[in-house]
Design a protein around this ligand. Sequence first.
Ligand SMILES: NC(=O)C1=CN([C@@H]2O[C@H](COP(=O)(O)OP(=O)(O)OC[C@H]3O[C@@H](n4cnc5c(N)ncnc54)[C@H](O)[C@@H]3O)[C@@H](O)[C@H]2O)C=CC1
Ligand SMILES: O=C([O-])CC(=O)C(=O)O
Length: 215
Amino acid sequence: MVMLSIRRSISTSRRASIVRDLVDAVGNYCPKAIIAIVTNPVNSCVPVAAEMLKKRGVYDPKKLFGITTLDLIRASTFVGELKGIDPMMIQVPVICGHSGETIVPVMSQCKPKIKLTDSEVSDLTKRIQIAGTEVLNLKAGAGTATLAMAFAGSRMVDAIMRGIKGQSNVIECSFVEYNYDEAPYFSTPILLGPNGIEKNLGLPKLNCRNWKRNY
Ligand SMILES: NC(=O)C1=CN([C@@H]2O[C@H](COP(=O)(O)OP(=O)(O)OC[C@H]3O[C@@H](n4cnc5c(N)ncnc54)[C@H](O)[C@@H]3O)[C@@H](O)[C@H]2O)C=CC1
Ligand SMILES: O=C([O-])CC(=O)C(=O)O
């Protein structure tokens, strides 16, 4: 398992090139590794990593993940805060990607079912989409949501490990190869297993609000 973490102040192209070189080394020395990428922009670093692994002939789409777990944690937390429910008891699928409007919480598929008005859905969605930037601004150059990301990373790694150990029904959303429409990589709910992705569970049921990009 390799988790890459590179300073945000480095330019995007420099970060992508560092990810490229690190993933190339992993492909060379540990070609069967499961790779989970935290480094932003996740939406671009995952495809870059895939291309490097393909070049080495060791790419396995079941073993490359972009970590979007923090979006799921934020969704549960904000819904929980609004409705006075323990966030640990709430699951909201968050699909698509990990930046701005590509972060798509599917509130209609929240478990348990929670009644939300249109304006609550709209406000929650915006809050989840800008949460990372909100933290960046508050920390004023001192980094990202480090502690929350540590929690998110450990949840995702724990889920992957439970899958490897053969535990059944381990599901997390993650940014992986999916080929939805014209997007070759997409975050969807994933069933994890001994080889990484056991099954991509595909898009959750979407409603008109999702399609209208209001979510
Ligand atoms: N996927 C997600 O939900 C999240 C992603 N992030 C991303 O995680 C990354 C790290 O963020 P922070 O921990 O706040 O940054 P940070 O600046 O606190 O830590 C970055 C670490 O990377 C190391 N590093 C720098 N250059 C390196 C290189 N060439 N090779 C190997 N390691 C190198 C540094 O020594 C440092 O320990 C950023 O890209 C950030 O955007 C952060 C929060 C959430
Ligand atoms: O933008 C960043 O580097 C931080 C980030 O991804 C988040 O907090 O979700």
